[in-house]
Ligand binder design. Sequence first.
Ligand SMILES: [Zn+2]
Length: 77
Amino acid sequence: MKYLLVIVLALVVLWLWRSNRRTGQPDRPAPPAGRTGKPATEVVACAVCAVHLPRSDALPGGKGFYCSDAHRRQAEG
Ligand SMILES: [Zn+2]
């Protein structure tokens, strides 16, 4: 009789776990869709040291983007 209770409990847990996974699946496609909707995360490379950084953090220059003002001055004089 104890084993029957354990089996029923295991089935209930399994069923709850599966129903949680099903409800979790529709939420999964949402984050990637939000990612593609963000053009602000574009990454550019510094023209001097080639370090990659977000475009919002990069310094634009005549010859491209730079990671710092020192590298912009180094490249463009
Ligand atoms: Zn640099």
